[in-house]
Write a protein of this length. Structure first.
Ligand SMILES: Cc1cc2nc3c(=O)[nH]c(=O)nc-3n(C[C@H](O)[C@H](O)[C@H](O)COP(=O)(O)OP(=O)(O)OC[C@H]3O[C@@H](n4cnc5c(N)ncnc54)[C@H](O)[C@@H]3O)c2cc1C
Length: 571
């Protein structure tokens, strides 16, 4: 049967992805006068965006002696000088405007004498995180409350349940997207003068993760196929401690963070040692130290470390709880018999945020005409590592800048391309696995699990070695070469989750290969890229790794860093 398009839509600016970066890009492009369409894989603002899971961290430099320059300097120091410095400065200057808009649109912050009350997170020169009126409130739910209203007010067309599968290209430029409507199982093309890719990160590829399992790097895969350059892909953020026990709370991070940092919890190994304190002098990042302790077997029977508050007088804990108000998770803990005056919680590091991504300039433009990228899918803002509470503001600012830029690209272009490129090969490739019962067919879900095994064995915090990564690359290439044999057993097109996962997995293969090749190439340890065979940082590696497609090959090379604002070691 010949595949056909159910719809061929048109707009001026297309935004793919509807988290904080995508929605902010859509709002700003519409403010600048563009006709905007935003699409998301799930229902808009009720999908698996990482943004809706974010805790209260939101770094913004507001009052002297703090400034966007000091904020940029902190960001670059933590990024170990691998950041795109011009981009960082553009973003830290934009962030105060983002906060001002959130406030105007109805987020509630604690203020004293008209000023935001700000708290300090590790790595900040000055306290920089505005306190929400109700501490402990997950800020992600607040972003989700205020941002969708603003796109509706500006007449942005928001289409949910559209899984982007391939970027459309004509004469070397991106002119829109081909997407699957996952409810009805039909294909839709959307043409645009400028496209902003805001599909978030790829940490959902890992089997056990703090983020949404739907965030598997499809945008990365599509951009790679379209010729976009990538940078810093080997770096990612593994959160120091997410709950692993009790199981009801597995993966939770927000209230745990609150307790650890605000109440001052201590982390012990199974021998009762406060090991992190004495191991800090090793210079290794905390999640690596935690993972080493677990690997050495000095952990709980569930493979976790113990977060305890027993060193605090009972009334200190009670007063703190009273100050943050009664929260749902507190009752849940009581229900399952955990009393934190006495009992420890069990935690372990878990994947959280991808740091590298599409190489963009300070206006969010990629190297491919017509295509911009904003948010966790982009690389350059964070360098090798990130400050707690920095991703959301950096990505929101990036959405803001890229949205304005996309509107101006659209204006310059004058008209939306009225003809589609030939989409038949893409449609045929997308439906090929459906009901494929040919001899030697490989279930696509099995492939996905294999990729997850490779990630777990060789691309977690520990386990990165020359031999391991070489074998990972080999296995991933073999998987890629068999993609035509993939099989989706369920043949129905409507609500076919197996098919959705198979389409995700096609791009996962590309992302895993980029990750493995970059981790193999960088023969040093920096940020949370920890090479067991090269455990120290090296000045020879003060450079970025750039990956791009060269025909059927994946090309990887080094690029020098421009120290336009601050040099390594400068104060
Ligand atoms: C548990 C947790 C807590 C965090 N806490 C904080 C914090 O306190 N402070 C902080 O600064 N950062 C925090 N972060 C990080 C931060 O939340 C993310 O980095 C940030 O929200 C990413 O925003 P984004 O808009 O780029 O991507 P996302 O919010 O992930 O949005 C991606 C969008 O793209 C869509 N999409 C994906 N693939 C497709 C496709 N194929 N077709 C169509 N649409 C697609 C998704 O449906 C979604 O709408 C946290 C992350 C996690 C996981």
């Amino acid at each position: 049967m010949k595949e056909v398009l159910a719809a061929n839509l048109e707009c001026e600016v297309l935004v793919i992805g509807a988290g904080v970066a995508g929605l902010t890009a859509a709002i700003q492009a519409a403010e600048a006068g563009a006709r905007v369409t935003v699409i998301a894989k799930g229902p808009v603002a009720r999908d698996g965006a990482a943004s809706w899971m974010a805790g209260p961290g939101f770094q913004v430099a507001l009052y002297e002696p703090d400034s966007p320059e000091v904020h940029a300097r902190d960001t670059i120091k933590v990024g170990q000088y691998l950041n795109n410095q011009a981009l960082v400065l553009a973003l830290t200057n934009e962030i105060p405007r983002c906060l001002e808009r959130l406030d105007r649109w109805g987020m509630h912050y604690l203020k004293s004498e008209g000023k935001y009350v700000q708290i300090r997170l590790p790595g900040e020169t000055y306290p920089r995180v505005p306190r929400l009126l109700r501490p402990g409130l997950a800020a992600g739910l607040e972003y989700r409350r205020v941002l969708p209203r603003q796109i509706r007010r500006r007449g942005v067309r928001a289409l949910g349940n559209l899984q982007a599968i391939e970027l459309l290209k004509r004469d070397g430029a991106v002119i829109g997207v081909l997407a699957l409507n996952t409810v009805d199982g039909v294909f839709v093309a959307i043409r645009a003068r400028a496209t902003v890719l805001a599909t978030g990160g790829f940490m959902g590829m890992y089997r056990y993760t703090t983020t949404s399992p739907t965030l598997t790097g499809e945008g990365h895969g599509m951009a790679y196929q379209a010729g976009v350059q990538f940078r810093d892909i080997e770096f990612a953020d593994f959160y120091t401690g997410s709950v692993i026990w009790p199981p009801l709370y597995a993966g939770e991070v927000d209230w745990l963070t609150l307790l650890r940092y605000e109440l001052g919890g201590k982390v012990y190994n199974s021998r009762g040692e406060d090991f992190a304190r004495y191991k800090k002098s090793s210079g290794l990042a905390l999640p690596v130290i935690f993972e080493q302790e677990i690997k050495a077997g000095r952990c709980s029977p569930h493979g976790g470390l113990y977060l305890s508050f027993k060193h605090l007088p009972e009334n200190v804990i009670d007063d703190y709880f009273e100050s943050i108000g009664r929260q749902r998770w507190m009752r849940n803990l009581e229900d399952i018999g955990i009393d934190i005056h006495r009992d420890a919680l069990e935690l372990a590091p878990a994947p959280m945020e991808s740091i590298g991504g599409c190489r963009v300039d300070e206006r969010g433009r990629t190297n491919v005409p017509g295509l911009l990228a904003a948010g966790e899918i982009s690389g350059g803002a964070e360098g090798a590592f990130t400050l707690a509470g920095n991703p959301v503001p950096l990505y929101m600012a990036m959405g803001s800048i890229a949205g304005q830029e996309a509107a101006s690209v659209a204006r310059e272009m004058g008209a939306t391309p009225d003809e589609l490129p030939d989409v038949r090969p893409a449609l045929e490739a997308a439906v090929r696995p459906l009901g494929n019962d040919s001899k030697g067919a490989i279930p696509a879900l099995q492939v996905k699990r294999e990729l997850q095994h490779i990630l777990r064995a060789h691309l977690r915090l520990l386990g990165r070695t020359q031999a391991g990564l070489e074998s990972a690359v080999q296995k991933i290439v073999a998987i890629r070469e068999n993609v035509e044999r993939w099989q989706v057993k369920t043949t129905a097109r409507r609500h076919n989750n197996e098919w959705m996962e198979a389409l995700e997995a096609r791009h996962m293969v590309t992302v895993c290969e980029m990750l493995a090749r970059a981790a193999l190439a960088r023969t040093e340890s920096r940020g949370l890229h920890f090479r067991e065979d090269y455990p120290a940082p090296s000045n020879d590696w003060l450079c970025n790794l750039i990956i791009e497609r060269d025909g059927d090959e994946m090309k990887i090379g080094k690029a020098p860093i421009s120290y336009s604002f601050i040099r390594p070691g400068e104060r």
